[in-house]
Design a protein around this ligand. Sequence first.
Ligand code: MG
Length: 377
Amino acid sequence: MKISAIRAYQIDLPLHEGKYSWSGGNAVSVFDSTVVAVETDEGLTGWGEVCPLGPAYLPAYARGARAGIAELAPQLLGADPLALGELNELMDRSMRGHPYVKSAIDMACWDLLGKASGLPVATLMGGHVGNDFALYRAISQESPAQMAKKIALYRKQGYHKFQLKVGGDPDTDIDRIRAAAAELSRGDVLIADANTGWTQHAAIRIADAVRDVDVYIEQPCMTYEQCLAVRRHTDRPFVLDEVVDGIDMVVRGVADHAMDVINLKISKVGGLTRARQIRDLCVSLGIAMTIEDTWGGDITTAAIAHLAHSTPERFLFSSTDFNSYVTVAFADGAPHRIKGRLSASREPGLGVRPNLKLLGKPVIDITNGDGVGTDSV
Ligand code: MG
């Protein structure tokens, strides 16, 4: 099988709640997502998606994803999409870094591998574990009282894991954590995710101030070293997210006892191939994971579901159903939350069938033979 065309589509994904806010005054109201189709000479098409969390979260942005795909795609025409190891080597040889650019292409090739073999991606990644798995709900940054109120609202929707967006003023964040913790029921899990927003001294002060609260601290500071200093000071369970951008950081973090849990985002590490490699290492080393992505819609949620559902339950800390945060559904077959839990499709591949009418015309259209077609990144 050979790649005969790579096309990309742009789609806006507005939020049900109007806005998603996190540390540093950052907010997104409409997500700019890129859907990628990898077409083959045998008539099969694989689908992928990449959706950065705005330009200020990781070194990634939506138009950068499309510019990168337009740059990289011509190098991949004629390659075997089912030889995922070789394909990733080829992508890395053709473009240094920029893992998020490669993610949707890699994801689409996993979809192809599943379709070609007649197996769900979850089966290829280890097999569905149980019937479904637990999701967390992100609580956008607002006043302590407003955030605390959301706990009951989201619990009614079936969630029991709540990720508070902190990383703001230290005193307000202490209030946010305490107000939210007061609303917890037995079995609920609370994570205070600062998204790199605290200075080291503020993070140490906040961790001290909530030392009697049953809460996980996630990515308090910008750098690994600052996070490690906070980790060595606190006895709260500790999650690293933004700084874990590849397998080398997992190895380093494990050697330093720097975290108990990592947040594994598919596009942050360059696609499902690399994410699965990290997932398997973490399982072997006893590190639990939140398995998700930066953002996305139906296809991203499907990819997350296949990786998460094939992960041993005790190492799957939580996961995300992004397609329930956004107002636009653009693919049939995508998984949907039932009582705060999700399951991966049993159909071959990712199990998604994008609605081509909704996606409109491709913004990148690179086909065999005549090179670049439309390219209005
Ligand atoms: Mg996080």
